[in-house]
Design a protein around this ligand. Structure first.
Ligand SMILES: Cc1ncc(COP(=O)(O)O)c(C=O)c1O
Length: 292
């Protein structure tokens, strides 16, 4: 069965799904998006993702051209039409079709696209054996340049860091903020385990505040494990007992080496394993049902 893609209210076969070359999402990266997963017939954290989409759109003064309840239903309907139970959903709202100038006022109506498909972000073996990272020279932008809290269609900052990692033979990169503190990876947040506690970057320090990150923080309170949201450096990463990454597409990824330094004993650690297992149970049992 060929997949169908939602574009502005229509469900279009995947190989015919397209937007105008005058769309400012394409011309300027002017737009916002979300990456959402469905597991076992349920959409995980759907409302949290929709809230973040609204926050990002509001920052860009981009009006989502349909009520949020209708967008929510369109996401579920796209999954239903594609008969998917386990999927990765990409929701985009672009500034829409304009002319060749930057002026967003020329774009009369934002474009909404919903793609429901699958994604394999990292090689499957990293989930068992752990991933090795390198720190990129490219920094996450500070809020007075562009707030990393916004999930905009312009991902060149992350792409440059990713390319740097790939050039060095790694699949993912750690990115620092402009003060030299660890921010996040190119599409994942980062957690350390130190003295039996979780440590993660605060949301104001040059990161996208991940839905998965927030899920892990909530899980920690259930598991009675303390979480410190504080700034930390590469020294703290290298000397952590454990380290793991979180993201909707990547899910939970154990980190075993950073810049050639072995983390802990060089294998995914017990606290990481505990959270990964809890996360697996949560994703299999929670979420908005697609078919009921
Ligand atoms: C830059 C960046 N950081 C972190 C994340 C993780 O966020 P979430 O857990 O909401 O997917 C993403 C996900 O897209 C991202 O692009």
């Amino acid at each position: 069965m060929s997949l169908v893609v939602y574009i502005d209210g229509a469900y279009v076969p995947k190989d015919q799904a397209s937007v105008s070359v005058y769309d400012h999402g394409l011309l300027y990266g002017d737009g916002v998006f979300e990456g959402i997963r469905a597991y076992n017939g349920r959409v995980f954290k759907l409302d949290e993702h929709l809230r973040r989409l609204q926050v990002s759109a509001q920052f860009l003064q981009l009006e989502i051209p349909l009520p949020i309840d209708e967008l929510r239903e369109a996401i579920l309907e796209t999954l239903r039409r594609n008969e998917l139970r386990d999927a990765y959903v990409r929701v985009l709202v672009t500034r829409g079709k304009g002319d060749l100038g930057l002026d967003p006022r020329k774009c009369l109506r934002p474009t909404v696209v919903i793609i429901a498909d699958t994604i394999q972000l990292l090689p499957p073996e990293v989930y068992e054996g752990g991933i090795e990272l390198a720190c990129a020279s490219v920094r996450r932008p500070p809020p007075d340049v562009f707030p990393a809290q916004i999930k905009s269609l312009n991902y060149l900052n992350s792409i440059l860091a990713k390319m740097e990692a790939i050039r060095q033979g790694f699949d993912e990169a750690i990115m620092l903020n402009t003060d030299g503190f660890v921010a996040e990876c190119t599409g994942e947040n980062i957690f350390l385990v130190r003295d039996g506690r979780l440590v993660t970057t605060p949301s104001y320090a040059g990161i996208l505040e991940g839905v998965t990150r927030n899920t892990v923080i909530a899980m920690a309170s259930e598991l009675q494990i303390e979480v410190q949201e504080r700034l930390f450096t590469l020294v703290d990463v290298y000397s952590a007992a454990e380290c793991f990454l979180t993201g909707t597409a990547a899910e939970m990824v154990p980190v075993v080496k950073v810049d050639g330094r072995t983390i802990g004993d060089g294998r995914p650690g017990p606290i990481t394993a505990k959270f990964t297992e809890h996360f697996r149970i949560l994703t299999q049992t929670e979420g908005v049902p697609i078919y009921e």
